[in-house]
Design a protein around this ligand. Structure first.
Ligand code: ADP
Length: 737
């Protein structure tokens, strides 16, 4: 019926749920919606000798008529009708007698068909099984310890089905399995602790095991019975829920190679996934009837829920401990101004959020290391790799060196990593490290050689023969990252994002306040200086008037002279402040400015004020500028003026002015051979009222450069200075083009 040919390339896809045949210890009849027989196993007549003709197309009642007359009329039809409404669980197994033999009828549904499977029923008293189960369950659950629970289960299953060996087999994440408990006849060697490669139980078999919880292979040496149908184009019969489904010839060969005659297995399900199997072997053919299989299944289900309960309990404890740490960290994030400090500086830190042994935080260009971590260059290189290769916000591996070979040098520290990205653009991450968890795995046969190679060097489809223990030491691998660890880190990320947003909000608010305070201050200084101007001029005028009084001597006149001088100073300063705040408030009148003319005018004025003989002002290139003409005038007047002013004490003051253009900027430099500025004072010279101590009696108010800086910044330009004390200074001013 099924035409699928198994070969090396597709054995993982062999459609084992539609084998087209059944195991021959029972027989199968399949009816459609109208209760008409559509499929049957070819061995039907072997079980019901009265069948002489083809039964395909006959109604279900035909089969009923062949049962011994102890049965009710129409019993099958009624059972099917009932099962369609309530499900078949209550009905199965239904006992019937055919040709003096007792059978269990097990009915299941399969895509519009009903499968009626007849299996031999053991005559052993059913009550025994009931009692056995009661006892088994009590004994199984007697111990709280997980390993004892598993061991007791294996023993109880062995008691019920009387097989030679019962193993509890647990699947790892990669699909391979390990025998974690075993009950066996004394003469057999132990397989406890042996691992079986994932290929021993292909994926589609595992999928099937989740749907149909038990499987019996009654005798590997019997020939399966084919399924016939009358429909030419019929879809192959889906036997997912069948009891008699024939198994893959490869699996049969596998069992034969192991010396197994009968095999039975029960699925262990944890959170809807296949956690493991109770795998049972008999070295002589041993049929287990439906009731015993169901009892064993019940034991498996009880174990599954016990496992689930224990595991949930354990997970809950881990979850609680991570949650407590996280709650405290979240508080400290809220109470601390620095994210980095909150996460790393206290006794409770990000290390307590997982079972990792080391952690690093890269935040605001700072690297903080906690616990045992690779060294800084290794971490930096790891981050480089993460930036290029990790594209998910949360990434983890238990075998870093398999993806990043250089990590081989620190497997003892970081075989496993869990990475939480805070910001890819800013290169900000949290990384946890787990050390190598070196382990020796005892494989039942070499897992890398599941396929035999014949004498011509060609692989042939047959399962491996050798089950000799094959030891392998697994290196460079850490313990797994648990779901609880991953969700703990996910929550931490949310808390950090929340804290960052909160802080950004607070910063914005602060900025806003600062700006309005700044504006207020500007207005205030403008008003004050403006209002001070008139009382000062009054003081000055009255002082001048008083100084003319005839009865004043030189001393008095000198004192009044000082008042006038100070009033002048104050005026000078107030004008400076006024100018400075005016600069902050006025709008720019942006236009193309002829810098050559502007600079030449300034220089001409300066040559008038200072002694031209002692002055050499060299004007180089003067490229045009884009700016406010009046403001630019102020910039150059101040800087060139300073250059002349602070080089007066040199034998001959030399001032050079030169402009250069690059792609985006026009940059002017004004250099002199004057006093120079000490290094530590360089940052101060643009502050308001800041005059350096080396200026001596050279006049000034300390306002000029503050105004210059304000203007340059208003033009979105830059100003900076280079200077050598006693040799001279060069001011650079760059304007946007
Ligand atoms: P001032 O009115 O004092 O010149 P500025 O704001 O123009 O005020 O300059 C601030 C201070 O920076 C000056 O007092 C001086 O100490 C220093 N300074 C400015 N230009 C030069 C220069 N070309 N050479 C040396 N020192 C300078």
């Amino acid at each position: 019926m099924t035409t699928f040919q198994v070969d090396l390339t597709n054995c993982d896809r062999e459609p084992i749920h539609i084998p087209g045949q059944i195991q021959s210890h029972g027989f199968l009849i399949v009816i459609d919606k109208t209760n008409t027989i559509r499929f049957h196993s070819d061995n039907v007549s072997g079980f019901i000798p009265r069948i002489k003709n083809n039964i395909l197309g006959k109604p279900l009642s035909y089969i009923e008529s062949l049962f011994e007359n102890t049965q009710q009329v129409n019993v099958l039809t009624q059972l099917v009708a009932l099962g369609k409404i309530n499900g078949y669980e209550q009905i199965n197994p239904y006992q019937v007698s055919i040709a003096g033999k007792k059978f269990h009828l097990i009915i299941s549904n399969s895509a519009g068909f009903e499968l009626l499977e007849f299996e031999p029923a053991r005559s052993t008293a059913d009550t025994d099984v009931q009692k056995l189960i009661g006892r088994s369950v009590a004994e199984m659950l007697a111990d709280k310890n997980l390993q004892n629970l598993l061991n007791n289960t294996a023993i109880q299953v062995k008691n019920i089905i009387q097989y030679d060996r019962v193993m509890i087999y647990k699947f790892a994440e990669d699909g391979h399995g390990e025998v974690i408990s075993e009950a066996r006849n004394e003469e057999l060697e132990s397989w406890l602790g042996l691992h079986y490669p994932a290929s021993d139980i292909p994926k589609q078999a595992r999928d099937l095991y989740k749907l149909n919880l038990t499987r019996l292979i009654a005798d590997v040496n019997t020939t399966p019975s084919k399924i016939s149908t009358d429909a030419e184009q019929a879809e192959p019969l889906d036997m997912t829920y069948s009891q008699l489904r024939a198994v893959s010839p490869i699996h049969i060969q596998y069992l034969k190679n192991m010396g197994v005659a009968s095999s039975f297995s029960i699925s262990l399900i944890y959170k809807k996934e296949l956690w493991g199997l109770v795998a049972c072997h008999s070295y002589t053919p041993k049929y287990i009837d439906y009731r015993s299989r169901e009892s064993a299944k019940l034991i498996g289900q009880i174990l599954s829920s016990a496992l689930e309960f224990r595991q949930d309990e354990e997970n809950q404890q881990i979850h609680e401990s991570f949650k407590n740490s996280l709650d405290q960290l979240a508080k400290s994030l809220q109470n601390n101004d620095s994210i980095d400090e909150a996460l790393t500086q206290h006794g409770l830190n990000i290390l307590q959020l997982t079972h990792a042994t080391g952690a690093v935080l890269i935040y605001e260009k700072k690297l903080s290391r906690l616990g045992i971590t690779p060294d800084e260059p290794q971490i930096k290189s790891l981050i480089g790799w993460i930036e290029e290769n990790v594209h998910e916000p949360l990434y983890h591996t238990t075998n870093l060196s398999s993806v990043l070979p250089e990590a081989e040098s620190y497997t003892a520290i970081g075989s496993g990593i869990l990475v939480a990205e805070l910001s890819k653009e800013l290169g900000e991450y949290l990384i946890w490290f787990k050390p190598e968890h070196s382990q020796t795995i005892k494989w039942a046969g070499n897992p890398d050689k599941p396929v035999n190679v014949n004498e011509h060097g060609l692989a042939k489809i047959s399962p491996r023969h050798s089950f000799d223990v094959w030891s392998q030491t697994v290196q460079g691998t850490s313990e797994a990252w648990k779901t609880e660890e991953i969700s703990s880190v996910t929550r931490l990320k949310e808390e950090i994002n929340y804290a960052i947003n909160l802080k950004a909000g607070a910063l914005r608010l602060l900025n806003e306040k600062l700006r309005s305070a700044y504006e207020e201050l500007d207005t205030f200084s403008y008003t004050i200086s403006h209002d001070l101007k008139s009382p000062i001029s009054t003081i000055k005028s009255y002082a001048q008037l008083v100084s003319r009084a005839p009865d004043f001597g030189d001393k008095e006149r000198g004192m009044i002279g000082k008042i006038i001088e100070r009033a002048n100073d104050m005026n000078f300063m107030i004008n400076g402040v006024l100018e400075y705040s005016r600069m902050g408030r006025s709008d720019i009148n942006l236009q193309q400015v002829n810098a050559g003319t502007l600079i030449n005018n300034i220089v001409k004025d300066l040559e008038l004020i200072y002694d031209a003989k002692n002055l050499n002002i060299i004007i180089g290139n003067t490229p045009d500028l884009l700016g406010d003409p009046l403001m630019l005038m102020q910039v150059f007047a101040n800087v060139i003026g300073n250059a002349v002013k602070y080089s007066q004490k040199s034998a001959k003051s030399v001032v050079r002015i030169d402009g250069k253009i690059d792609e985006a900027m026009v940059c002017y430099s004004i250099s002199d051979n004057g006093l120079g500025i000490p290094d530590h004072d360089l940052p101060k010279i643009f502050d308001l009222f800041n005059r350096l101590s080396n200026v001596g009696d050279i006049e000034g108010s300390g306002v000029g450069l503050a105004i210059v800086k304000r203007i340059v910044e208003k033009h979105k330009g830059k100003i900076w200075v280079e200077s050598e004390l006693g040799k001279g200074s060069t001011f650079h001013i760059a304007f946007k083009r």
